[in-house]
Design a protein around this ligand. Structure first.
Ligand code: FES
Length: 238
């Protein structure tokens, strides 16, 4: 599946109110079961207006919560066109990651739940972060990576978040984005999901933050995008 096919798929998903169960099964089969459709959610800024791609600064990192109210994602502008990539997993399966979206095809998003031991941004700390070119990772000595300082896993956001260093066993889950009429939407996920394990592992913390597990798991149709530095009191870099 090339970029055009992938985007056709996303457009079809966006119009999914007409979709039949067999339509969805064929999508899933096309991605070896790695593509999961959730609610279509508009990405908005702090004022509730659709976020503009030009407002996503390549020197910064942003967070939003999708597909559940409590599952954090990183949004980044890699500053250049990012082509689609085939992502291979150690079990021999693979999937086609869409590449960047937006007018410059430079915007990507991934779940911010580390595939190693589930480290993720909280209002107190963020151990997993995007390192722009001006803040290079000390591990791989370059920027343009996502790195988790809990145990030093490094992911390449320009390659479907494949693992480039450290103990993480597989890539971060990709968030499937679409760009329609100047607006950015999240449509679903691609790759191995960790959400159920995440909810089990952090049940007490999530209850405190969201008042109940049911509220934490609620699926969203609108996502506020803010800078990680505004969300977490301490951003840990290494
Ligand atoms: S939890 Fe991220 S590297 Fe271990």
């Amino acid at each position: 599946m090339d970029r055009r096919d992938f985007l056709k798929t996303c457009t079809a998903v966006a119009a999914a109110s007409l979709a039949s169960p067999s339509f969805f099964s064929s999508l899933v089969e096309a991605q070896e079961g790695k593509f999961k459709v959730y609610k279509k959610a508009l990405l908005v800024d702090k004022n509730g207006n659709p976020i503009k791609p030009e407002d996503i600064d390549p020197r910064k990192q942003y967070i939003f919560f999708y597909p559940h109210r409590a599952t954090p994602c990183l949004l980044t502008n890699l500053g250049k066109e990012v082509p689609p990539a085939k992502v291979k997993l150690s079990d021999g399966t693979s999937y086609n990651w869409q590449g960047g979206v937006g007018p410059k095809k430079s915007i990507v998003a991934y779940s911010a739940i580390c595939s190693h031991q589930f480290s993720h941004p909280t209002p107190e700390f963020s151990f997993i972060n995007y390192y722009p070119e001006n803040i290079p990772s000390k591990i791989v000595k370059r920027g343009g990576v996502i790195q988790c300082c809990a145990h030093l896993s490094v992911f390449d956001p320009a390659q479907g978040a494949k693992v480039i260093d450290g103990p993480a066993p597989f890539p971060l889950t990709a968030i499937v984005l679409s760009y329609e009429d100047g607006k950015l939407y999240a449509l679903g996920t691609l790759g191995k999901e960790l959400f159920e394990d995440f909810f089990d592992m952090f049940k007490p913390d999530l209850r405190k933050l969201y008042r109940s597990t049911r509220k934490a798991k609620k699926l969203v149709d609108r996502c506020e995008v803010i800078e990680v530095e505004e969300y977490a009191k301490e951003v840990i870099r290494c």
